[in-house]
Ligand binder design. Structure first.
Ligand SMILES: [Mg+2]
Length: 269
């Protein structure tokens, strides 16, 4: 692997939301504010890369006064800073959701997906307000679900949905049923839109659905979580593991990167 020392900006920051930039339970990003302000001072606006829907991400961007492109539904689609879709990598959920439900019935499998739930129940499962739960339900490419069956049946389910060109991806709270795409490919697609020399990539995440994002970055920040011990990205020249979860860990990770950058010690690919 080629390793270089990063001398200056520009660089791009891609970040997971739940459990990374925002707290799992309170959905607050308060503890990350100092690092966000320092990035803003350097002209860097984080690109949100989340399992959330476009509607949810746009609302979060507005609330945090952030205008930037973003990646929705685990990398299914990329939007520009005006909220217009630029490209989609995912098979539309309406094309395959009925087939997944028929499969569940045929094999008597037990799981509950967002499409099975009224908005009140989504609010209860996620801790979101009813309005935000409504936005979470507006999914185009992914079906988050809670698996309520055995591990053996989960393996059976996985092999059956492969025949439908589908797969599963584990997030912090839910397992996503979706076609083959990931956050890392969506990040690289956005990076390729920049002219040469392309900005280097910083990525932050806390769960298995962030592994592709972390692995494709030059600098990866693994935010502490109950699943972060599953995350060992091989690609990045620099990997930082935070000791704190959520936005406090995010703040610390960015701080460490900026300190390394400023002292010309930040290794990139
Ligand atoms: Mg997360």
């Amino acid at each position: 692997m080629n390793q270089n020392v990063a001398k200056t900006a520009p660089f791009l920051v891609f970040t997971d939301l739940d459990g990374s930039l925002i707290e799992h339970e309170s959905y607050s990003m308060e503890a990350a504010k100092p690092a966000l302000a320092e990035l803003a001072r350097r002209g860097v606006t984080p690109v949100f890369a989340s399992s959330k829907t476009a509607a949810e991400i746009l609302a979060l961007q507005r609330a945090s006064r952030i205008t930037a492109p973003f990646i929705s539904e685990n990398g299914a689609a990329v939007y520009d800073s005006l909220g217009q879709i630029l490209t989609a990598f995912g098979l539309p959920r309406t094309n395959w959701l009925d087939a997944v439900h028929q499969l569940r019935e045929r094999l008597s499998l037990r799981f509950t997906g967002f499409s099975d739930c009224p908005v009140d129940q989504i609010a209860e499962l996620t801790g979101l307000s009813k309005g935000d739960a409504g936005k979470a339900q507006r999914r185009e490419f992914t079906e988050p679900m809670l698996w309520q069956d055995t591990q053996a049946n989960f393996q059976l389910f996985q092999s059956e949905i492969q025949k439908l060109s589908l797969t599963t991806l584990e997030g912090g709270r839910f397992i996503s049923i979706q076609s083959q795409f990931d956050k890392g490919s969506a990040m690289q697609w956005l990076q390729a839109r920049h002219s040469q020399p392309r900005p280097f990539l910083v990525a932050l995440g806390d769960s298995p659905n962030d592994l592709s994002l972390l692995a494709a970055a030059d600098v990866a920040v693994v935010i502490k979580s109950n699943k972060s011990d599953q995350l060992y990205p091989q690609g990045p020249a620099t990997v930082i593991r935070t000791s704190m979860p959520g936005p406090a860990g995010w703040n610390d990770g960015i701080r460490q990167i900026l300190d390394l950058l400023d002292s010309q010690q930040l290794l990139i690919n």
